[in-house]
Design a protein around this ligand. Sequence first.
Ligand code: MOS
Length: 764
Amino acid sequence: DAAQSLLKTAIGLVPARWLPGGSPDPLMQKHGLIGAPVSRLDGALKVRGKARFAAEVPMQGLTYAALLHSTVARGRIVALDISAAEAAPGVVFVMTYRNAPRMASPALMNTKPKAAGTSNLPVMQDAEIHWNGEPVAVLLADTQEQADHAVTLIRVTYETAPAITDFDAAKGSTRVPANILGEPPSIERGNAEATLVQAAFQVDCTYATPAHNHNAIELHAATLAWEGDKLILHDATQMVNNVAWTLSQIFGIKEEQVHVRSPYVGGGFGGKSLWNHQILAAAASRVSGRPVRIMLPREGVFRSVGGRTMTEQRVALGARSDGKLTALIHTGTAAMTPHNECPEQFSFPARHLYAAENIMIAQRVADMNIVANTFMRAPGESIGTFALECAMDELAEAMQIDPIELRRRNEPAKDPTSGNEFSSRHLTEAYGRGAEQFGWEKRSATPGARRDGEWLIGMGMATATYPYYRMPGGAARIRLTADGRATVSTAAHEMGMGTATVQTQHIAERLGLAMDQVVFEHGDTALPPGSMAGGSSQTASIAAAIIAAHDAFKAALLKLVGNDSPLAGLKPDAVEARDGGLCSSEEPDKHETYVSILRRAGREELVAEASAPPPLEAQEFSMHSYGAQFCEVRVSEITGEVRVSRFLGSFDCGRILNAKTAASQFRGGIIMGLGLALMEETHRDPRTGRIMNPSLAEYHVPVHMDVPKIDVIWTDIPDPHSPLGAHGIGEIGITGVGAAVANAVYNATGKRIRKLPISLDKLL
Ligand code: MOS
């Protein structure tokens, strides 16, 4: 159709430039395996139970661990009685601060390149308590049931100290964080406050978002053993290299002495990093001399693994009568702890989305005595877009203009805060295609205008955005064997999002092999150092390393060709891969297969390894994924119940590398966003700081009945400045969803709900 052919034209117009040396990468625009809707290679293994997860690895003489969690938020242990637990059947070892080995405190993620720590508190080194749920004992037994029973027999007496466990109380005393993921906590362009009060149209609203907990299907788990001074750890983690390095620091050994494996992870959304349980299991194993399996029960994940933190945000917008923003203010406070550095970057979207003449961004944090919060799918952006994109809707309403039109009028030519060029931004196309396919023109601008019996029907939209990141330091190794097959290795992660499948497609295409001639090895610190699966960065990070390794591979291979080869005398940049070998780019008939090259050179294999170049593109350009989220809701006038009846996400995320796994990522993000909008909320007892709903029975996430048909479409325009032209797609899907739902609820009912979740009580 017309849109498709327009897009094809657009793709043709974009020059493909990304390569370490600056020459075009021919694969960036190749429509063969790149982009194909290949099913996940790990899918069948998982369905058949053949993919082995961390808690399933067999070991001789295994013991099973259980943790005891503190019941106070702050104070100290004054008495401990472990005698009944030690005497219980099957108990092997009980560890408390009294007999735990001396360990260094974990290094905090983002403070050191390879750190994986989520808190820098000492782990079970003294009697001090820092949050309600902190592990105070770890017990090993012959079976999980024995451990779970015996741990309940431990008696702990606490002396409590005053604790801040209520966000409303904590907000009274805030501070400015040192930085926010390396960005300044505040930015000022012009004078937004002064411009706001003079603006023809103004909105100035406060939004609140609650705490969320991580609930991956696979519980946090590790199976581990010491072999002398070497720790073997089968973990469920998004960062094998970082876990290995951080544990080596904690135990005072070399990084090479920690071997971490994590080939399959049953979901990770920022929460699968390094928490107390791996450290305590390793310590208990070292002291007891026994291998340990630790699998946190769901309640244990709530108590000892942090998630998204509470925020209160102010968004104020001022506009001229032509709709141009003169003032954009996004400020607020996120809950945090004194022992971590994760200030929930809710102000990031406002830094890059709109061409406001005056901008003020300022983030503060409020310290609380709670489990360290951490990254959770689009940390900051998912809840920051809730505030910003609801405020845009409120402004559009005040001005009586269409919400998409308001956004179009404020589309910036350059990044509004950094002044950098955008590497690739086709957000207005995403708005247009999304609006057309969703039927946006059927929306009534008047709230409450559509109904079906007791059900009020409304439509809302919001912008989605998430930064492009590429992690430094990743490497990849290509090993070609005499049978013409290739194995590509890097310590990356497959958490179910399709990483291994997409990189297998990429390698097959790059080497000119069939997919079944290629193996992608990952999830093991024995492989070349990889990139963490975080920040939606993994695909670009791996791709950059593979491209670098492939350059080295081509150079090494051409050194092997003899004078008799059709490839004789050709330089690496004058050849390309096809049909299981290399050919001259100029004269494709000059071709020799890998099998032939290795055979004539008398080689069994050829191995090439290289590191990715540093991610300089992200310094030169403003790089982001974008989208437009469209939602239709039905709200019961009688019960206040909200039902999402239709949803469409229209994305602009560079080149899409696998249409099937990408659609699943987008949909998964949107579904998580529906939970954020309508139901997810961690409840703490303000008196004790204890989480009161630590189970999936009480902490609600969307189930099938909550999820309508979700359409996802994308521009598929490659970014000329990123490897393979791709942007991240793991987190963009959740962003904007909270606002799209809230704006649809307003359109249906005339009620603005500025505090998530939009539960039915707020609509009555
Ligand atoms: Mo993501 S929150 O970087 O796993």
